[in-house]
Design a protein around this ligand. Sequence first.
Ligand code: HEM
Length: 142
Amino acid sequence: MSLSAADKKAVSDSWAKMSKPSFQDAGERVFLKLLKKDSTKAMFKKFKDIPRERLAGNAALREHGGKVVQALDDFIKGLDGSGHETVRNVGRIHKAAGMTNDNINLMKPILLELLDEVGCGDAKAAWDKLWNLFMTVHGDGC
Ligand code: HEM
């Protein structure tokens, strides 16, 4: 189902809070959650050998997290379709890195957790639709 004007507003208002205070800070927060599972951490060449206790504040993690949040920001601010190319490109990068859609779907509960933490849990239904659209555009990188 596509996003209504009210859904778009709920996503955009909540994203403004989730992506603060900077994309790298938000990205670090997201990646510290995502990498809690060893099996997920092992998927990232650049993080797998970093001991868990040294992930917080790690420059590579913050840089990568910042790029991921930037891609989400392009997508959310370009829901008219202008942000789709960014997401298609991310899909190609993921395919080249050997990621499956199941791997990428690991991000959804992380984003929903962050949504709750910034006090916007009532935007969950809008975020469900947003995630479905993200995965459709992301495709399988073809
Ligand atoms: C909202 C969801 C996601 C977005 C927007 C996203 C975005 C990106 C971007 C922009 C890059 C390129 C980074 C660079 O140029 O250095 C990338 C690389 C990558 N992503 Fe994602 N990503 C997402 C979720 C995930 C998830 C959930 C996984 C795995 C569980 C994953 C695995 C990877 C891997 C393995 C790479 C290659 C990293 C490397 O440079 O070695 N991504 N992603």
